[in-house]
Design a protein around this ligand. Structure first.
Ligand code: HEM
Length: 116
């Protein structure tokens, strides 16, 4: 993989992570009529994260099934579910905020530390 592709994948991955987390936090306080638009943007961001993530996993790690990748996939699933939950179960928004912060922190730590 050329350095240009590696840089592009990393940049799109991080930009999509920012978009997903931003739209998720919007959902925690957004009016009900914003649900559809937020679902669209967070869905696109989640798709871009997993596509770029899987391509980097293949190119840099040969699809080696490491624990940090599995944990990142779980965090990705968790964060992707949050905006839907935020609109449907607004009364539990404090729990969704805590979980989103937790999942984001774990995913970033796994990306940089890769402990297992
Ligand atoms: C929302 C969840 C996620 C967050 C917050 C996240 C965050 C990050 C961060 C901060 C980096 C470091 C980027 C850099 O060094 O330039 C990274 C890299 C990476 N991510 Fe993710 N990521 C997430 C989901 C995923 C998923 C689902 C996969 C795999 C299917 C994945 C696979 C990778 C890989 C392979 C790298 C490259 C690691 C390296 O170059 O050492 N990520 N991610």
């Amino acid at each position: 993989m050329s350095p240009g592709e590696i840089y592009s994948l990393h940049i799109v991955h991080i930009f999509s992570v920012m978009l997903l987390i931003g739209t998720t936090f919007y959902a925690f306080a957004g009016a009900p009529e914003t649900k559809k638009r937020i679902a669209m943007y967070s869905g696109m961001a989640a798709l871009l994260i997993v596509l770029t993530g899987v391509r980097m996993w293949q190119a840099q790690f040969g699809f080696a099934l490491a624990g940090w990748i599995v944990l990142k996939l779980i965090c990705w699933l968790g964060i992707s579910a949050m905006s839907g939950l935020a609109y449907r179960r607004r009364e539990q928004v404090r729990l969704w905020i805590t979980l989103t912060c937790l999942f984001s922190a774990v995913a970033v730590i796994m990306a940089y530390v890769k402990p297992f």
